[in-house]
Every structure is written in C-alpha cells, then in structure tokens.
Write a protein that binds this ligand. Sequence first.
Ligand code: GRF
Length: 205
Amino acid sequence: MNIAVFASGRGSNFDAILGAIRHGTLPARICCLLSNRSDAGALSLAREHDIPAVHCSRLQYPTDEVFADGMLEILRTHGTEFIALAGYLKRVPTSVVAAFRHRIVNIHPALLPAFGGHGMYGHHVHEAVLAAGAKESGATVHLVDEEYDRGPIVAQRSVPVLPDDTPETLAARVLTVEHALYPETLAAFARGRVRVDGRRAWILP
Ligand code: GRF
C-alpha cells in the first residue's frame, strides 16, 4: 500500500509510521510526505529518509479548485493509494476526500466524538479535556470526510487523566499511544482488515 502522509508540524507520528515499516509490522511504503508548511519538521524527516518531500500550500495556487487539482496531481504522480493525515492542520479539499473515499484517515489526540471539531488541535484539545474534568482521554484514528473530526471511527485507545496532569503531561501520554495506534491501524488497512459500512468502521479480528 502506497501511503502519502500529510503533516504540518514536527512529524513524530510520521516517524512512528516509518519505524513500523522499518520493523516490518506495517506492510506499506511511504510514497510522499506532503506539507502545507515549508518549515515543517516532517519535511526534513522525509528528506533524511529519501522520501519525496512536497511543500504544497494553497498560497501557491490561484484558486481553491486549482489547488485541489494540483494536490491530486501530486498524489497521482507518486502513485498514492492511501492518505494518512499526521498533524495536518488544514482542511483537505473535498475533491481529494472524494477521490480517496474510505482511503484517507486522521489521528486525533482525544477520544472522539468528544473534544474534536474546528479549533480542537494541539494543546487546545488537552486543555479542554482537563477543563471538563474527564477521567480519561486517548487517541482516535478515523476516516476523513467533509467535516472536521467527524468521519467513522476506526480505532481508539484510552489513557488515564491523572489528578496533577497539565496539558503537556497529558499530551505526552496520549502521544505515546498515538505512536503505537496509528501504525497498527494503518497495518490493518494495508492487510485489508478494515470494513466500512455507512457511518460505521471496524477492524476484522
Ligand atoms: C498529534 O497529536 C496528532 O494526534 C494531531 O497532531 C499531532 C501531530 O504530532 N493530529 P506530530 O507532528 O505527529 O508529532
């Protein structure tokens, strides 16, 4: 399975995916790393691994439509079969979502459907979890559709919220779980073990 990873930041999930491929637990290949930010750590990481690193920003294109077509062209050029968003902070154009229906996933640092949606990213998520007094949080891998964080949930793993947690300590605990859950879930896709039926998705045992 040829995976294009989209990332806007440091790329620790991307690194975890690369590690799983290297260790043989994820039967896939990263065909390109796409970022909206030219200074993203994930782009540097891709270059270090000789993976095509593509800076693709809306600002490089005259209209939304030309941007979406440009992104689709990049994906086709690299033989993309599947897209994994890993800290990608922009909305994926609807024509790209449609072209990769059920073949595009995101990882979110909370237990969706709680603590998701517009503006819920990075430290905002963990601050909201602590402010709500939640007893647990976690990570969610879900299919991407036209709404932020609303596509069918494929896999979740929880972590406890501890009494003295700060957004930083909670984020670190969740991130450790993300680094295991994301490669495992991508491996289920690569092995053809994921089923989707309307709003429901599940992994076959
Ligand atoms: C992760 O917490 C992920 O859940 C969220 O963005 C963060 C990306 O971190 N979508 P990294 O760039 O993979 O380190």
